[in-house]
Design a protein around this ligand. Structure first.
Ligand code: URA
Length: 268
């Protein structure tokens, strides 16, 4: 990527790229941003035991017909666990497992490369995503794009999905029974993609994938494991939160650098 372009993405993340003048080529080596002091920062600092990235770290399944998934139907869940990619897409399209199917315009399956090395998992579609049937197309999506670009990725080279495939009305928080009803879809996506790394953005994604009730400030800053698959998970703040709290972007950048130490898609 052109260095100038990369710096623009870093700037979009609220990060100043410093250029070392003693190197033959102008390589940005350190990134800093001034965190905006706020109450949550203080709280997070008090509880977080984040592992900051060190310099060295920088371094056919069956083709059964798709089930119409009904609430609490274990047999349907078992069938989802055997679906191939197109059948899984169809099953999400037809899903009636929770009330959200009544108010959605479009279910949002996800977007990107089904063989991606990185999988990004968000919370749930919002109003724009519901209209377009694609994840992260609103303002938060633009920031997510910038975050990905800052590490040399984009929405074609990763796979982006959500915990919930349907929009909760009025963008309310996902409910436990909805997460439960939808989780087999995400689980099957993870099994089929087999990513090297899952980047969980936001509290719901992190808590669901890590089966934890800890706050995001405590879950981020370290490499964890997705319990069901053993795939490494790096949790970070949700881009919508970062838009409200730009001072936290620096921590997200640390999380992205940590994620790159686990899997760096530009290394083959
Ligand atoms: N927020 C999310 O978590 N996911 C989306 O797809 C859009 C906004």
């Amino acid at each position: 990527m052109m260095e100038q372009q990369r710096q623009q993405y870093l700037e979009a993340m609220g990060i100043t790229a410093w250029v070392r003048r003693d190197l033959p080529e102008q390589v940005p080596v350190a990134v800093e941003a001034t965190p905006t002091p706020n109450a949550e920062n203080a709280q997070v600092a008090a509880v977080a035991k984040a592992t900051p990235a060190t310099a060295s770290q920088e371094a056919e399944i069956s083709s059964l017909p798709p089930p119409v998934v009904e609430p609490g139907h274990a047999a349907s869940n078992n069938r989802v666990a055997q679906l191939d990619w197109p059948s899984l897409q169809q099953a999400v399209q037809d899903c009636q497992a929770c009330e959200l199917h009544k108010t959605r315009l479009n279910p949002v399956f996800g977007i990107g490369d089904p063989r991606a090395r990185w999988m990004i998992v968000g919370e749930a579609p919002g109003v724009e995503e519901d209209k377009r049937g694609q994840p992260f197309v609103g303002k938060a999506g633009k920031l997510l794009d910038a975050m990905l670009q800052a590490v040399g990725l984009n929405r074609q080279t990763v796979f982006i999905a959500n915990i919930l495939k349907c929009r909760p009305p009025n963008n309310r928080d996902p409910q436990a029974h909805e997460i439960d009803a939808c989780s087999t879809f995400l689980q099957r996506q993870i099994e089929l993609i087999q990513p090297e790394l899952i980047l969980a953005v936001g509290r719901y994604a992190a808590q669901t994938l890590l089966q934890s009730n800890e706050p995001i400030g405590k879950l981020r800053g370290q490499v964890s494991k997705h319990l069901a698959s053993g795939i490494p998970v790096v949790a970070t703040y949700h881009p919508a939160y970062l838009l409200r709290q730009p001072g936290e972007k620096r921590k997200s950048w640390e999380d992205l650098k940590l994620a790159m130490t686990v899997s760096n898609p530009s290394n083959k």
